[in-house]
Design a protein around this ligand. Structure first.
Ligand code: GDG
Length: 487
């Protein structure tokens, strides 16, 4: 699946992210493990199962150290070990200030255009620095002489520079999963210069789209006075040069395709239809429960759709899957708003034998998720801002039958590639409701044509080609570091 180049990681790949790929919890039935919901985990677990290596992450479950060795290491996946998970334990103060504070109340809203939601306290930054240092130390402990370090996302901006201070020659790459805002918005970022300086400790910094890469370079020039080379796509600052590249992330196309085509999925679909008394036609949205995913706007559009189109009553239900992955007041409030709005729509239009909106608030098993992908006449993936959005690509990969229509928000990174979807602005509720009607009334020929083009797109850039492209860039780095170091 990787084009024979996984062996470039012979020295060992060290991946670091905030969230761990396997989480252990104590339950009355004993210790249980689960895979947390989220795009970074979905993508990287697929990769590490093939490459092997070590993944350094926050041990966020309640299993303590029972299943790790004294150094916090264990082999995963538990049922078929392929790589090492090295856990870091955070103090209550770090969890509060680094994770719930600087990551969730500052960086996440700021980088998703929700400046009004930003709340900053100086203690957030202190713990962010401390936690990044703990990550940097753990990563260095895991490194062999020729290991490559691959850091992920906005939780660990300071880590590259910290590692660089200890090791000038090490290859360090970083992938940024969320949007990078334009310069004017970035100016609101507390510690904006330190964040940029941290990231410029990398040799290679990857973004989801060319726009985010451009925005990063503009911010580095404006805030740090870094020197930008637009042709070479490099940023030079403080005696070092960082390559800036675009790598749109993707999914395991073949895996979703095969599972969706399987007889077991067909049987599951029959069971699910019966269990939920589904009408003939269904729509679907799958999101982590987050205000950036535009769930409230989507519900408004659905309400208007049901109001305008009574012929779809009893004939169409919409399934909203929204798993809560973060605690804290903004998320609890948002969940309440979502649940209230769903209850209101169901009260307004529902009948004894028909629910317009069916809501799942807890995680679906992978096979159920794929069954829903396969049976949904329309998937409505309309975030207000999103780095990429893997759900959109998973839906397309699951539609080998050529059926199904994708409605996609223009602000999702995926909209750059998935141009044969019906593109909407999720805040234009009138147009959005019209788009839902259009998706449900497209001719089967038109649907098939669009879906085949979308599938060609996702099949041509899978999670494996994503890694391959990053490997290609990494393989050029040692040469550049020797020849053109600090150019
Ligand atoms: C970040 C960026 C970027 C969801 N519900 C269930 C479930 N999921 C899985 C989906 C998908 C993943 O979670 C969500 O990924 P997304 O990409 O849509 O969104 P984020 O979590 O915000 O991811 C995003 C991504 O990183 C990768 O770079 O695309 O822009 O924000 O894989 O399938 N999985 C199961 N049950 C559920 O109920 N099994």
């Amino acid at each position: 699946r990787l084009s024979g180049r996984g062996d470039r990681f012979r020295g060992g790949l060290i991946v670091a992210s905030n969230r761990e790929p396997y989480c252990h919890r104590k339950t009355p039935e004993g210790l249980r493990w689960e895979i947390p919901v989220g795009g970074v985990v979905s993508a990287l677990d697929t990769v590490l199962r093939v490459t092997g290596g070590t993944w350094v992450a926050w041990g966020s479950g309640s299993g303590d150290m029972e299943q790790t060795d004294a150094g916090g290491r264990l082999l995963v996946p538990p049922e078929n070990p392929a790589y090492t998970l090295r856990r870091i334990w955070l103090s209550a103060s770090a969890e509060e200030n680094y994770y719930h504070g600087f990551c969730n109340l500052v960086l996440w809203p700021l980088f998703h255009g929700e400046t009004d939601r930003v709340v900053y306290l100086p203690s957030f930054w202190e713990e962010y620095e401390k936690t990044n240092r703990a990550f940097a130390e753990a990563i260095l402990e895991e490194c062999a002489w020729n290991s490559t370090i691959w850091i992920h996302d906005y939780h660990l901006c300071r880590v590259p520079r910290m590692i660089r201070a200890a090791d000038q020659e090490r290859i360090i790459a970083h992938f940024w999963h969320i949007p990078w805002p334009e310069r004017e918005r970035y100016d609101c970022a507390p510690h904006g210069e330190e964040i940029l300086a941290g990231l410029l400790g990398n040799d290679l910094l990857g973004f989801q789209t060319p726009l985010y890469a451009r925005n990063f370079m503009d911010c580095a020039a404006a805030r740090l006075g870094a020197v930008i080379d637009d042709d070479a796509m490099t940023v030079a600052w403080d005696g070092r040069t960082t390559q800036i590249r675009t790598f749109p992330i993707s999914t395991d196309f073949e895996c979703f395709n095969a599972l969706a085509n399987s007889a077991s999925t067909a049987a599951r679909i029959r069971r699910i239809r019966k269990q939920h008394h589904l009408p003939r036609r269904v729509g679907l949205a799958v999101d982590r429960l987050d205000y950036t995913k535009g769930i409230l706007q989507r519900l408004q559009a659905l309400e208007l759709f049901f109001q305008r189109n009574p012929e779809f009553h009893r004939r169409f239900s919409f399934i909203q899957v929204a798993v809560m992955t973060r605690s804290g007041k903004p998320y609890l409030r948002y969940r309440q708003e979502v649940e209230d709005q769903i209850a209101e729509i169901n009260k307004k239009f529902g009948k004894a034998d028909w629910r317009p909106i069916i809501y799942f608030g807890s995680k679906l098993e992978r096979q159920d998720l794929v069954s829903w992908y396969r049976m949904a006449d329309v998937a409505v993936i309309t975030p207000l801002h999103d780095g990429m959005n893997l759900v959109a690509k998973e839906y397309v990969a699951s539609r080998g039958d050529g059926k199904g229509v994708l409605i996609l928000g223009r602000q999702a990174g995926a909209a750059e590639e998935l141009t044969e979807s019906i593109l909407v602005d999720p805040t234009d509720i009138e147009m959005f409701a019209t788009a839902i009607h259009r998706a449900l009334t497209l001719s089967s020929g038109e649907k098939k044509k669009r879906m085949m083009q979308l599938r060609g797109q996702v099949q041509g850039n899978t999670i494996y080609s994503w890694v391959d492209n990053i490997l290609d860039e990494l393989s050029l780095l040692p040469v550049m570091k020797q020849g053109g170091k600090h150019a």
